[in-house]
Design a protein around this ligand. Structure first.
Ligand SMILES: [Cu+2]
Length: 123
């Protein structure tokens, strides 16, 4: 009858061991790593700001996007395991805006209202 209690004991050890392992894993994964990308855009007004921030919000892996209209700087916080700086740059171009030295997608740019065209000064 010595077998039974020790069997129970090892069962308990296994269970508590499993629970411990789970807690350690939880501590290790303290949220996904993020990176920040800054892009100089051709945005000129608050409509551009809303348009670009919305477009970024729909992009996979984007956690936050903020456009500062006076400086035309778009700051994107993203998960590098889900997207990349190149993909985000393309997304900005496809919205109709320049991103650093990359020019806006022609068709998307055509669709922008007159007040959002590059020919206008920041307003
Ligand atoms: Cu605009």
């Amino acid at each position: 009858m010595k077998f039974f209690p020790s069997f129970l004991l090892s069962c308990l050890l296994l269970i508590s061991g499993g629970a411990f392992a789970q807690t350690t894993t939880k501590v290790k994964t303290k949220g996904p790593a993020t990176e920040t990308l800054q892009l100089k855009t051709s945005a000129v007004c608050d409509m551009c700001k809303a348009r670009l921030e919305k477009a970024m919000a729909y992009e996979k892996g984007v956690q936050q996007a903020t456009l500062d209209v006076p400086s035309q700087m778009l700051t994107v916080t993203y998960r590098p395991d889900k997207t990349s700086a190149a993909a985000l740059t393309t997304a900005v171009q496809k919205t109709g805006y320049d991103a650093n030295d990359q020019l806006a997608d022609d068709k998307a740019y055509e669709r922008l209202p007159e007040c959002c065209k590059k020919t206008n000064a920041v307003h």
